[in-house]
Design a protein around this ligand. Structure first.
Ligand code: HEC
Length: 133
């Protein structure tokens, strides 16, 4: 059964999703793919953090470091690996391929262009937005 979900992001980005009944849990994805480095609460203090050449970012301060606005598009790009393909110094893994399973949802990234985006990526961004302090 197909259901239509309409949600509005903090920056007014509109998201229209046609997703199956199964709920994608951003929190579960975070625990599976991110918490080892970024920590259970997103503060950059996961068990794998110490062995990295670079400290994982404190994900609770993304909005604060961006003038109080949650940088949704930046966050999704970083997770996907899109913004860092040429950055050989980056320690953060490219997780786009791992997160591609599931349907695509249309995300208006604020420039009027609606981009089909993996539902897992959107769920993760929504979860990180809730972690902001
Ligand atoms: C292997 C450890 C590791 C894993 C796993 C990891 N990250 Fe990262 N992440 C980092 C490091 C280190 C940085 C700091 C910048 C860099 O080196 O790329 C970073 C940076 C980031 C940033 C950029 C923060 C900023 O201020 O711009 C975001 C957003 C982020 N990670 C989210 C995630 C999410 C969401 C996941 C899970 C899907 C994840 N990371 C998984 C290590 C990791």
């Amino acid at each position: 059964m197909i259901r239509t979900v309409v949600a509005f992001g903090a920056v007014g980005a509109m998201l229209v999703a046609c997703a199956p009944e199964r709920q994608v849990s951003g929190r579960a994805l975070y625990m599976d793919y991110c918490a080892s480095c970024h920590g259970l609460e997103g503060r950059g203090d996961g068990p794998a953090a110490a062995g990295l050449g670079k400290a994982p970012a404190d994900l609770t301060g993304l909005a604060a470091r961006n003038g109080g606005v949650f940088p949704r598009v930046h966050v999704m790009s970083v997770i996907d690996g899109y913004t860092r393909r040429d950055d050989r110094g980056s320690v953060m893994p490219e997780l786009g391929a791992a997160l591609q399973e599931g349907p695509l949802v249309r995300v208006d990234t604020g420039n009027g262009i609606s981009t089909p985006t993996p539902v897992n990526l959107v769920a993760l961004a929504n979860y990180l937005e809730r972690l902001q302090e």
